[in-house]
Write a protein that binds this ligand. Structure first.
Ligand code: FAD
Length: 456
């Protein structure tokens, strides 16, 4: 039997049901178009996988030629040129099956959260999706996955029951707590280091409605709001997950008029409880300053995107995150001095997400998600277009440096941003980093997976 190892790239087409595109093919740019457009991906070969067998064929073919392998679902992740890589695109692997009795969903590698939310909602269930339902469910979950229900239910990675994965050695494995506990530990939090996950079985939670949304305040009230937030957030129950961000918004006609071209403070809240409870919890923050827009109220979980109102159009950005042990008055002052509305810096967003609650406890079946010891996650994002692109990396780094005295020195993997190489390994403590590396050496011995946030 001919092995895929003997084929040319064009012949690989015979072994995969999806398209195979080579550098220079028309159609390649559209196939690989990422959400984060900071780099134009230029891989050597693209395989538009339709199933696990396509993924396995692509991985074996790459392995036989010593080529690196990358995976892309939506392109919301770390942007990269992917030079010389075999890129497996998974958007065609879009199956979602909900089992309402078991409260689980089986999701294919290319599924976006919107599909899972819509499939779960008729059963009064919800996934542990994040701020934007446009993000890929599998990449998000493997990187931890911190969403608006996090303090009540933990990270998305804490609610994975089973994974199907083509590892770097070309094997298609079904992995759960019994079949391969080490790989199961590692891939829930270790992301794309080990192979390409072709499907996940995840828990759904019984959430149909919540009290949530966002309040936009003028940037001029940022100091009062951030200081109030630092005192208020620790008083909230685990049923409440919040974040606060300083946003520099463009003069985009698609934005509501009061927000266009302004620097604003955006307070986000998701409360699992009654409207009365939610309103009482939010009252101290509403009292800090008059709102420009107040969108907090009763809502179906399916409207969850209204909480963060993330952008939905692709854009070039650079981001970096850091975890804070504590948010003191001095931390807030340092953040305001580096990136507050009075400072002229090219940034899109500076965000604080409150952790704690279930996020601070180990998963029922422990996993490799790091950062549970932190109190807040801080995320900084800048625009990578002219004329500011040249200075944005230094500005983003300077904001992270400004809060370094309160940082654990690490970041959540999904919010780590532009870190590569040894900086990725340093997101875990030494024991967990070695444990991740041991798993990687076993299942990806040739080190095919080197792109993105990869340990080792
Ligand atoms: C607008 C926006 C909002 C976000 N909100 C949140 C949030 O609320 N909470 C949060 O935790 N994160 C959030 N993120 C970060 C996001 O979860 C990660 O960037 C995630 O990796 C995106 O996955 P993707 O598949 O959509 O992106 P892609 O760029 O397609 O993939 C990114 C990486 O995910 C991994 N990956 C993807 N698919 C697979 C697979 N099948 N097998 C193995 N590895 C895979 C790979 O390492 C890949 O390089 C957000 C990002 C953006 C841009």
């Amino acid at each position: 039997m001919t092995s895929t190892a003997d084929l040319s790239a064009a012949e690989l087409e015979l072994f995969v049901a999806g398209p195979v595109l080579l550098a220079g093919d028309p159609g390649l740019a559209a196939e690989v178009a990422p959400f984060t457009t900071t780099h134009t991906p230029a891989p050597a070969v693209v395989v538009g996988a339709t199933c696990a067998a396509d993924v396995a064929a692509a991985v074996r073919w790459a392995a036989a030629r010593g080529l690196s392998v990358a995976v892309q679902a939506t392109g919301h992740g770390l942007p990269s040129a992917l030079s010389g890589a075999v890129l497996v695109t998974t958007s065609r692997m879009a199956e979602v099956t909900v089992d309402p009795a078991a409260r689980t969903a089986r999701i294919g590698a290319g599924v976006r959260w919107r599909q899972v939310i819509d499939a779960a909602a008729p059963h009064g269930l919800a996934p542990l999706s994040g701020s934007s339902s446009d993000v890929g469910a599998v990449g998000y979950t493997l990187g931890g996955g911190l969403g608006p229900l996090a303090r009540k239910y933990g990270f998305a990675a804490d609610h994975v029951r089973r994974a199907e994965i083509v590892t770097g050695d070309g094997e298609l494995r079904t992995v759960d707590a019994d079949t391969d506990p080490e790989l199961f530990w590692a891939l829930r939090g270790g992301k794309g280091s080990f192979g390409i996950v072709t499907a996940l079985e995840i828990d759904l939670v019984p959430v149909a409605r919540l009290h949530g949304g966002g309040v936009f305040f003028p940037g001029s009230a940022a100091a009062d709001l951030l200081h109030a937030y630092r005192a208020w957030a620790p008083t909230l129950p685990e049923e409440t997950t919040t974040s606060i961000a300083v946003l520099r918004l463009p003069p985009d006609p698609a934005l509501p008029e009061p927000l266009r071209g302004r620097t604003v403070v955006h307070l986000r809240m998701a409360h699992l409880g009654s409207a009365e409870e939610g309103a009482a919890l939010l009252a101290p923050m509403r009292a800090v300053a008059p709102a420009l827009l107040d969108g907090v109220g009763e809502m179906p979980f399916a409207a969850v995107d209204a909480i963060h109102m993330d952008p939905t159009d692709p854009m070039p950005v650079l981001d970096r995150g850091t975890l804070l042990r504590e948010l003191t008055a001095e931390t807030v002052d340092a953040l305001l001095a580096a990136a507050g509305p009075d400072v002229d810096v090219p940034l899109v967003l500076v965000e604080l997400r409150q952790l704690g609650g279930a996020v601070g406890r180990p998963a029922a079946v422990p996993n490799a998600v790091a950062g549970r010891d932190a109190a807040f996650s801080c995320w900084v994002l800048g625009p990578m277009f002219p004329p500011v692109a040249g200075i944005v990396p230094a500005v983003v780094d300077s904001v992270v440096a400004a809060v370094a005295p309160w940082s654990t020195g690490r970041a959540l993997l999904n919010f780590a941003g532009s870190v590569t190489g040894a900086e990725v390994g340093a997101l875990w403590d030494e024991a967990d980093r070695r444990r991740l590396l041991a798993v990687k050496h076993r299942v990806d011995p040739a080190g095919l997976f080197t792109h993105g946030h990869v340990v080792g």
